[in-house]
Design a protein around this ligand. Structure first.
Ligand code: SF4
Length: 210
């Protein structure tokens, strides 16, 4: 069955969803717990592969579901965008659950700080509606992490690792990522942390978005 390259419904006033690599990406929010130095939006760049991801208004649940359309036309539905999807946790869970009930495969790309933000283990809530997690570790130690990610909460580097350990109890497919090319980042050491945590690792390349 052929897959369309763009959501096949009415034109969006803003980019709520965008199609890449046979996946549908959901741009749920522009808010973040981090202020990464390498983030396109902090470098006044809001376009990803031709999609303008700056949101004037955060889309509601129905707007997102309408923008996705038939989820089965995509390999995966990915919560991503230029913001941290778990900062809209309730909407994220309700959208993911609705799409999952239609047979979608759901991935969440996250900074791994949701448990720290909400001060509880939210991975239990994600287990029924998220198939896989991609978690940005981005560094091999707290100093390098803080330098590049500029977290707004304390102890963030350890909190990300605690999130991964908690998520392992509920979500079987977890990948940790780090960006090759950031100063001081030791990719092999990042991969070693992923191995120690018992999850997969993926090296990303600096300035390659999407
Ligand atoms: S977590 Fe992602 S969207 Fe947020 S500041 Fe970092 S790179 Fe940008």
């Amino acid at each position: 069955m052929g897959r369309s390259k763009k959501p096949a419904n009415k034109p969006q006033q803003q980019t709520i969803t965008y199609a890449l690599h046979d996946n549908c990406y959901i741009n749920l929010t522009n808010k973040c717990t981090l202020r990464c130095t390498f983030c396109p939006k902090f470098n006044k760049q809001w376009d990803v592969k031709g999609y303008r991801l700056r949101l004037k208004n955060e889309p509601d649940i129905n707007e997102v579901l309408e923008a996705v359309g038939d989820p089965l036309q995509y390999k995966e539905i990915v919560f991503c965008g230029l913001g941290e999807p778990t900062l809209r946790l309730d909407e994220l869970i309700r959208i993911a659950s609705a799409l999952k009930s239609k047979g979608a495969t759901i991935r969440l790309n996250t900074d791994g700080l949701a448990n720290a933000v909400y001060k509880k283990d939210v991975t239990t809530m994600l287990s029924s509606c998220v198939d896989s997690l991609s978690v940005s570790l981005n560094a091999q130690n707290s100093d390098i992490y803080t330098e590049h990610c500029r977290p707004l909460i304390n102890n963030a580097f350890n909190e990300v690792q605690n999130f991964i350990l908690a998520a392992k109890n509920h979500i079987p497919d977890i990948t940790v990522t780090a960006i090759d090319g950031l100063s001081g980042v030791d990719i092999q050491a990042c991969e070693n942390i992923a191995t120690k945590l018992g999850v997969k690792f993926r090296r990303r390349v600096l300035d390659k978005v999407g």
